[in-house]
Design a protein around this ligand. Structure first.
Ligand code: SAH
Ligand code: SF4
Length: 346
């Protein structure tokens, strides 16, 4: 939250902080519930629409706690129904978010947590454009509201796999999830929410203290340190040996199964040695392995591994009794799939 109270946007307040705020305005606490209902259930874009609040309160809030709503400046629809939105934020920054419908009535939002990303993973479009700024609590929640509104149906699932590294914007991300999860907010079950990190150990440690049953996914992509150093140059300051220890601790504390994400890149991280290293990394972890087909990134020299290789890896992991899935991302025809998000106009 902004330290200058007077310009903190209303959607950056946690539900508890909203109660404090209305008290400061000399209002009863139930007003906080009314505001949350307007913001997160009705999805209004101005205080004027909050018709059950006193006019004077609405006017003061509008001046002191602006209600920003990102505008959709571009939208692409994939053949598979996935929609990618380019959003313009109140300061002109651009960020992407993706809505992914599925046949079983799920509607998943792949949300961004930062404008750009500082981690520089060499196979990822976001990593190639560098870091601009963190997204605020409200800007994270707004992505869900925007997708919900555009599809005209409730979002059921959330994955933090858009632009940015969630654990480098930990406080805002976790505060946003609280509101998204709360019945007074968007009411999306914690088990339907997954956060993906490139392995920021401090964040994993903090996340293990969170009581909600969110799912944690780790972008591993290499289980040999030398290969990880090459393809995830900044993430590798969290070495694999320490990462594994942090994951063991996390699983111990939470009893929750994690997902290991591994994008197979031909000739880079898909040798027999890499497979052995992955199986050894996964050994002893309560985990599920998600093998991901590399999505194309403009000007990238990397090619996906063959389907044969992916199937072989899956079989090898399953032989070790590790549940393994192969993921072919949706929305790749509109560059809306994993690792394809960047800020440029579509
Ligand atoms: N920064 C976080 C979350 C965003 S990235 C993280 O790295 O986990 C979301 C997922 O897309 C990660 O697993 C990431 O490694 C993967 N990804 C990045 N580039 C990709 C590409 N070109 N093809 C397929 N997956 C990619
Ligand atoms: Fe950042 Fe994740 Fe892309 Fe790496 S894979 S550059 S951590 S968004």
């Amino acid at each position: 939250m902004d330290t200058n109270k007077n310009i903190t946007p209303i959607k950056d307040y946690s539900l508890a902080q909203l109660s404090e705020l209305v008290k400061e305005y000399g209002q009863p606490v139930f007003r906080a519930g009314q505001i949350a209902q307007w913001l997160y259930q009705a999805g209004v874009s101005s205080f004027d629409e909050m018709t059950n609040l006193p006019k004077l309160l609405r006017e003061s809030l509008a001046v002191e706690h602006p209600l920003y709503t990102p505008s959709i400046i571009d939208k692409l629809v994939s053949q598979d129904g996935t929609r990618k939105y380019l959003l313009s934020l109140h300061d002109g920054c651009l960020v992407e978010t993706v809505g992914i419908p599925s046949r079983d009535e799920r509607l998943t939002v792949c949300f961004s947590t930062q404008v750009g990303c500082a981690m520089g993973c060499i196979f990822c479009a976001t990593g190639q454009e560098g870091f601009t700024r963190n997204l605020s609590v409200g800007e994270i929640i707004d992505q869900v509201l925007i997708v919900q509104n555009d599809f005209g149906e409730r979002v059921t699932n959330l994955v933090g796999m858009g632009q940015g590294e969630p654990f480098l914007n930990y406080d805002n991300v976790v505060s946003a999830l609280e509101i998204i999860n709360s019945k007074k907010g968007l009411g999306i079950g914690a088990r339907k929410i997954t956060l993906s990190t490139c392995g920021i150990i401090k964040g994993i440690e903090r996340f293990s203290q969170v009581k909600e049953q969110y799912t944690l996914a780790i972008s591993l992509h290499a289980a040999r340190q030398s290969v990880r150093d090459l393809i995830m140059p900044h993430a590798s300051s969290n070495p694999l040996s320490q990462l594994k220890k942090a994951l063991l601790d996390y699983i111990n504390k939470t009893n929750r199964r994690i997902t290991l994400e591994y994008t197979l890149i031909s000739g880079i991280n898909d040798s027999e040695k890499d497979l052995t290293a992955l199986l050894s990394f996964a050994d002893g972890l309560l985990c599920h392995i998600n093998l991901i087909k590399l999505n194309s990134v403009p000007d990238s020299p990397f090619q996906p591994s063959s389907m044969n290789t992916m199937e072989r890896w899956k079989a090898a992991a399953e032989q070790q009794s590790i549940e393994t899935t192969i993921r072919i991302s949706k929305g790749s025809d509109i560059f809306g799939a994993c690792g394809q998000l960047k800020n440029a106009r579509m």
